[in-house]
Design a protein around this ligand. Structure first.
Ligand SMILES: [Zn+2]
Length: 379
């Protein structure tokens, strides 16, 4: 982690010596690699406008033209079939001209698109996109675009910081981010809205730093009282992510939740993840973290098993078990959960940030509250 963060520090320092006009250019030049589809057998590609398709790595021109309509890309043993033509290569880059958009399975994206054949003969689509355009496709999914502009700006800065952090630690991987809840939800061009685009433009190039370094600026929907210390979940021990008391998210619709899951379903999900829990009888919280969330879960079946509460939540379904702050009771064939908050609880509480913005706090103050000891810098 330290080595990786040092790389970012060097990167941040290098850029801080550049002139303001070059800074804007640097932000424009930062290209993220976002995985928008993975592990599929076929991908439909449409391009509205002029385009060219190159072989990955060599850059050899394979095809060019205008208006590609619903062309299929399929993996073969030797390589790929693109619009009916076989190629002896492991990947292609689709490059649209000017403002032309690429549609991948009917979803529109800006930037270029790589389609890669994996070792398992499946396909991966990776969108290469300018960071500012990427954020415009993220904000709509992470917060309501009708919220006050200061909370939208705070969200843009946090999401930009997180994206730059991922870029710095994923240099040896096929992509920096996925487009789902495990990174930041990204919907491409179709997710852009006027108010969220404005928040991205108003914060162009701005990121959070701690001691001059980029850090993973996590965020979540609702903390329900206290944000979590990241070190309780992951091997990240940083002063901005130690957790703060938050009394601002009480209006959140996610402040309290109730869910149930059948014992059979819980057993099925645990077994699918490799846990042998035949004869599942009970689920018992064990220990509390510094923020009051459950630390571990004891699973009572034919044998006793213990796992981190966060792992349990992800295994069950993070949209069903909304946080690790819950009570659970068994009644007949079901486990009944009653909990508070939504998300892992680390970093900015989005519903708390919303109320702060309603109370006329500026984005900078909202961010400094949820990420103490940080400063706003520029990439
Ligand atoms: Zn909160």
């Amino acid at each position: 982690m330290i080595n990786r963060l040092n790389k970012v520090l060097i990167f941040t320092l290098l850029i801080s010596f550049l002139s303001p006009s070059l800074l804007a250019a640097e932000s424009e030049a930062l290209t993220l690699r976002v995985c928008v589809l993975k592990d599929v057998n076929t991908i439909s590609v449409t391009v509205k406008g002029a385009y060219r398709i190159e072989a990955l790595r060599t850059g050899e021109l394979l095809k060019k033209g205008k208006d590609l309509n619903d062309a299929s890309v399929l993996p073969t043993t030797a390589g790929l079939i693109v619009a009916g033509e076989p190629f002896n290569i492991f990947g292609i880059k689709i490059v649209p001209s000017g403002d032309a958009s690429i549609y991948i399975d009917k979803r529109a994206f800006r930037g270029n698109m790589d389609i890669i054949r994996t070792e398992k003969k499946r396909l991966l689509a990776v969108n290469h996109i300018n960071i500012e355009d990427y954020l415009k496709g993220v904000l709509f999914h992470e917060v309501s675009h009708w919220w006050p502009v200061e909370v939208l700006k705070a969200q843009a800065i946090a999401a930009r910081t997180y994206a730059v952090y991922r870029m710095s630690v994923c240099t040896d991987k096929d992509f920096d981010l996925t487009s789902d809840i495990y990174s930041q939800v990204y919907g491409g061009k179709g997710s852009e809205r006027g108010r969220t685009n404005k928040a991205v433009n108003l914060t162009r190039g701005k990121v959070l730093t701690y001691k001059g370094e980029i850090f993973p600026a996590y965020y979540h929907a609702t903390c329900a009282g206290h944000t979590e210390d990241a070190s309780n979940l992951w091997s990240i021990d940083l002063p901005p992510l130690k957790g703060v008391k938050c009394s601002f998210c009480k209006l959140s619709p996610h402040y309290r939740w109730k869910r149930k899951i059948s014992i059979a379903e819980a057993q099925k999900r645990l077994s699918a993840a490799g846990y042998n829990v035949n004869g599942l009888k009970g689920i018992k919280p064990s220990g509390k973290t510094s923020s009051g969330r459950i630390k571990d879960i004891d699973i009572i079946s034919n044998k006793k098993l213990s796992m981190a509460a966060n792992d349990f939540r992800l295994l069950m379904d993070p949209n069903l078990i909304r946080s690790t702050n819950f009570n659970v009771k068994r009644k007949r064939d079901y486990f009944y959960f009653e909990g508070r908050g939504w998300g892992h609880g680390v970093g900015m509480c989005q519903w708390g940030a919303f109320l702060l913005a309603v109370r006329r706090y500026k984005a900078e103050h909202i961010l400094k509250f949820y990420y103490p000891k940080t400063r706003i810098g520029r990439i």
